[in-house]
Each structure stands twice: as structure tokens, then as C-alpha cells.
Design a protein around this ligand. Structure first.
Ligand SMILES: Nc1ncnc2c1ncn2[C@@H]1O[C@H](COP(=O)(O)OP(=O)(O)OP(=O)(O)O)[C@@H](O)[C@H]1O
Ligand SMILES: [Mg+2]
Length: 388
């Protein structure tokens, strides 16, 4: 997959920007706070319709403006697609997606058009923190692979929210009237038929590749890294058995005011030599594990869809020692990559690349110039009428 063009309009500290990136490595370097991560975030919006670091769309709209837009032109194996995401947080339709200039009716239509994998220092949390962050990794990965997974997840989450709202009322009022709960349990059970088998299948493949990647990056085969999906249910007949579990747990859930069982409680168990990584692993081992999971995501996507995703590496080069950096660069050859760092020399030894300096002018607007020619990247107004 190749991004041929990126366009930004009033996104974060960018006014107007049009960029035609290199098919290999694109190095974005510049001082802290200049706008490097903002550009990666814009690409992430075009892939998943959301930021990788905030759930509040209004934060990404340029200060003082009401609307932000980001767009990319993507070339796949046998396709070409223009994607645009327009954010108007103050209006009733807060987020609009355009595919080849036509408005898409659902966010799920966007999934899979641009596949991207992002790796940033915050990804250490994948190993260090609680299950929610690992579930998010799983869901983002699987949503990009299958829009039916994304739709199923939306349906499940909505029904879960509604069941939990009733449970909270029950807890508050002390009444144990099941009423609507059954309806929402039905609505939660059906999507599990899509979600659990897909988690099982894809995460088994991801685990296998992540273990290999860990070995390759660390260069120490004796450090056995394992990632295991702990499903809430094994076996077949998933919807029926899920329903039964919720029925049996209803009284307890009412007392607790929340749903204690389901796919929203699943986790990935990460171990090194069979010991829980969170408790025993060193900082470097944690970093290697997180990076292995991300590279595994890239490889799984390549195997499942036949398309190589775009890789976004935010500020990770300076965190890796020379050996790991060289191994990583070898791993990403042939993958269109956007790398941010504060120092251009962090990528010495990588020839198939283009470097861009990101600067922030006094009035707070970011600009990008290609350092080979020193020419600023043209700031063009987005002509797409849908953006105006
Ligand atoms: N909505 C917004 N409107 C205008 N400017 C914004 C907005 N949101 C963030 N910024 C500005 O963007 C800048 C941060 O950009 P970004 O996170 O891309 O920095 P960076 O180059 O990645 O820095 P670092 O090297 O520290 O990671 C800050 O200067 C911040 O003030
Ligand atoms: Mg940054």
C-alpha cells in the first residue's frame, strides 16, 4: 500500500499542506512540539477515522477554527482510492468520511481502505498496563482487517452500554427487575459469533509471528516471548453459551452495577520464559515485545489482505540501540514508512529515504521542507468542494 498524497486543512498546528511522500522511508525531523506526530496522526485518521492519541476530535481542529480535514490518496495492489475525513465537532454531523469524493454513509466503509500500523513510545503500555490497552490494539488491528469485525464490535459495545445502564439503575434502586436486560443480552450475543472466532484465528497467527520477531530483533533465541489470547469462552455455540453466562451472572451483575463477563473483559497474556512480562521484564525487553507485536500486526495484515500496510514510527528510533535499529530498518525495507525523530542522524544508514524538516513558525503554524532541495512543501488549498 502506498500513500501518494497527503492533504491537511486546519488540522492541529497545520494550516494547509499537500505532501507527496516517498515510497520508502519518510523521515520527519524537527524540534519538540513542531508538528511531527500531528502528521502521523492525520494519516491515522484516514485509516481508522480516529486519532491514535485522543478520543476527542475537537482537540485536533486547529485552534480558532471550526473544521479540520485530512485526506490521502492511496494506491493498493489493484486499486487507487481517495480518502478524506472532515471533522466538524460543533455541528450535528461531527465526522464525515469521503471515499473517492463521495460521502460514505458509515464509518465502517472506511475500514481497510488504508491499512496502517503505528508504533510510538506509548506502546510500552501494551505490556505494562492493564487489559484495556491490549484489547484496543486487538480491536484496531482486526477492524482494519475486516469491516464486519468493526461493525460487530460497534453492535456489542452499544448493547453492553445499554445493559450496563440498566444494571446501574438496578444497583441504585435496589430493584432486580430483569426486563430489558434480556433484550440487550441477545444483542450482545450475536456479534460474539464474529468477534471471538476472528480473535482466535488472527491472534494465534499474530502470536506466532510476534515470537519470531522478538527473536529476530533481540538476537537472543533463548528469550522466549509468548503472546496468548485468553478468550472468555472456548469451543462452539458461542452466542447461546454467552447468553447463558449472562443469564447466570445477572444477579451478581445487578449488585455490581456492571457486566462482569464478556469479550470486553478478555486479555492477551504476555510472558517471557513463561513469566508475566509486566512483573519481570526489563525496559528494553518490554520495548522489544511491544515492537514485535506491532511488526507482527504488519505481517499479519500483509498475509491476510495481500497488502502491506503503511508504517508510522513515532519517536522510537532514539529509544532503540544500534543493533535493534539496524534490524528494524532491515525489517521495514519495502514498507512505506513515516518516521519521526528530533535528529536527522537517527536514521543514518537508511538510504531509501527522503527527509523533511518540520518547523513551527512564530504564529504557531507548522511548515515542512524537504531537506534535499530545501524547498518548502507547497501549502495549497484543498480544492475538493466537499472540504469547503
Ligand atoms: N488543535 C491545535 N491547534 C493548534 N496547534 C495545536 C493543536 N493541537 C496541538 N497543537 C500544537 O502542535 C504541537 C505539537 O505537535 P506534535 O505533537 O506533532 O509535536 P512533535 O513535533 O511530535 O513534538 P515531539 O518531538 O515533542 O514529539 C504543539 O506545539 C501544540 O501546541
Ligand atoms: Mg511527537
Amino acid at each position: 500500500m502506498l500513500i501518494e498524497e497527503i492533504k491537511l486543512h486546519d488540522f492541529r498546528n497545520y494550516g494547509e499542506l499537500t505532501l507527496h511522500p516517498h515510497p520508502g522511508v519518510n523521515l520527519l525531523f524537527g524540534q519538540n512540539g513542531s508538528g511531527k506526530t500531528n502528521l502521523l496522526e492525520a494519516v491515522h485518521y484516514c485509516a481508522l477515522g480516529r486519532s491514535h492519541r485522543t478520543s476527542l476530535d475537537r482537540e485536533v481542529v486547529r485552534k480558532g477554527e471550526n473544521m479540520a480535514a485530512v485526506g490521502v490518496t492511496v494506491r493498493g495492489e489493484n486499486s487507487r482510492c481517495q480518502i478524506a475525513v472532515k471533522l466538524t465537532p460543533g455541528e450535528s454531523r461531527k465526522k464525515q468520511v469521503y471515499l473517492d469524493r463521495k460521502r460514505a454513509s458509515r464509518l465502517s466503509d472506511l475500514m481497510g481502505r488504508l491499512q496502517c500500523v503505528i508504533f510510538s513510545p506509548e506502546d510500552l503500555m501494551l505490556v505494562k498496563e492493564g487489559p484495556a490497552i491490549r484489547r484496543r490494539f486487538v480491536d484496531m488491528m482486526l477492524s482494519q482487517l475486516s469491516s464486519s469485525y468493526f461493525v460487530a464490535l460497534q453492535q456489542y459495545s452499544k448493547a453492553l452500554e445499554q445493559r450496563n445502564a440498566i444494571l446501574r439503575q438496578c444497583k441504585k434502586s435496589g430493584k432486580t427487575d430483569a426486563g430489558m436486560i434480556v433484550v440487550f443480552e441477545e444483542a450482545m450475543a450475536a456479534p460474539c459469533q464474529v468477534i471471538i472466532p476472528m480473535r482466535r484465528k488472527i491472534l494465534a497467527l499474530t502470536a506466532e509471528i510476534a515470537a519470531e520477531q522478538y527473536c529476530a530483533i533481540s538476537g537472543r533465541p533463548e528469550e522466549a516471548f509468548s503472546m496468548r489470547y485468553a478468550a472468555c469462552l472456548e469451543g462452539e455455540d458461542i452466542p447461546e453459551r454467552m447468553r447463558r453466562q449472562w443469564e447466570q451472572g445477572r444477579r451478581e451483575d445487578m449488585l455490581r452495577g456492571t457486566t462482569g463477563f464478556g469479550i470486553h473483559r478478555e486479555d492477551l497474556a504476555l510472558t517471557l520464559h513463561g513469566r508475566e512480562m509486566k512483573l519481570f521484564a526489563s525496559q528494553g525487553q518490554i520495548r522489544t515485545a511491544a515492537l514485535s507485536m506491532k511488526l507482527a500486526q504488519l505481517e499479519v495484515c500483509r498475509q491476510v489482505t495481500g497488502n502491506t500496510p503503511v508504517l508510522l514510527l513515532d519517536d522510537v528510533m532514539s529509544e532503540l540501540d544500534m543493533t535493534r535499529r539496524t534490524r528494524l530498518l532491515k525489517e521495514i525495507s519495502g514498507v512505506q514508512t513515516f518516521v519521526t525523530c528530533t535528529d536527522e542522524s537517527d536514521l543514518d544508514g537508511c538510504d531509501d529515504r527522503r527527509s523533511y524538516r518540520v518547523r513551527m513558525a512564530a504564529e504557531g503554524t507548522a511548515s515542512i521542507s524537504e531537506t534535499s532541495s530545501g524547498q518548502p512543501v507547497p501549502a495549497r488549498t484543498i480544492e475538493d468542494p466537499d472540504f469547503s
